[in-house]
Design a protein around this ligand. Structure first.
Ligand code: TYD
Length: 212
């Protein structure tokens, strides 16, 4: 049986990495050992691309270069990690994936959702997530949280307006792909948010015939 490919998305500072970790613990309790991975990165070559694309020194990087680098990292990650894991029946949890490219490069950088989707279709073939948790957290609060962080990568050194733009991008994507993207109210504390994520995950497992 094919496994399940679940991604976590949202603006920087929305708490997605914590939610993914909590969900992983929940799945372990149920006897499912998920594969945990992230983008950009998740395998050797893609982690090298991550360093390049997030390097704060690379100020002269063109938006199109950035979009292609994320897509290139994704091609490698899908081929090496995600694809084989899902094919062998594993549940894969991935911190960011295609929707980050659509929101950050498509909307944030203004390259257009369609253009960014096109290069990504080439990069990842038919490896679309089965479900995506979009953590809906107020962008001005996410910006505040991120402002407190001492070390920033290239994508995080942005103004509050950029966070709002991205947030609106994710909202638009959730409307475009209502079957796939599950919008999670992440405005409560992390345990409340996790309750919602777990309830949704239970539904997904049931729907897909995982008897746990
Ligand atoms: P992330 O791993 O979430 O950052 P951190 O480890 O600091 O929490 O992602 C790194 C940055 O890359 C983040 O600002 C979002 C951005 N990004 C894109 O712009 N496009 C993409 O396709 C992906 C996967 C990430």
């Amino acid at each position: 049986m094919k496994g399940l490919f679940i991604t976590f998305e949202g603006v920087d500072g929305c708490g997605k990495s914590t939610q993914m970790r909590f969900l992983s613990e929940y799945l372990m309790e149920k006897g499912i050992a998920p594969v945990l991975t992230r983008e950009p990165g998740g395998c050797n070559i893609a982690e090298k691309i991550r360093d390049l694309v997030l390097d704060i020194e690379n100020k002269e990087m063109y938006d199109r270069t950035e979009a292609l680098l994320y897509a290139a990292a994704r091609a490698q990650h899908v081929g090496e990690v995600v694809g084989p894991a899902v094919e062998s029946g594993r549940v894969v949890l991935c911190d960011r994936f295609i929707d980050s490219s659509l929101a950050y490069q498509g909307v944030g950088r203004g390259l257009g959702i369609e253009a960014v989707m096109d290069i990504n279709c080439f990069a990842m073939g038919d490896c679309m997530p089965d479900k995506t948790f979009f953590l809906d957290f107020p962008p001005h609060l996410a910006f505040e949280r991120m402002s407190k962080k001492r070390v920033h990568d290239r994508l995080e050194t942005q103004e509050e307006e950029f966070y709002i733009l991205l947030y609106n991008g994710f909202v638009k994507l959730a409307e475009m792909y209502p079957e796939r993207i599950v919008r999670i109210d992440a405005s409560g504390n992390k345990f409340e948010t996790q309750e919602i994520v777990r309830a949704k995950m239970d539904e997904i497992l049931k729907e897909r015939g995982f008897f746990v």
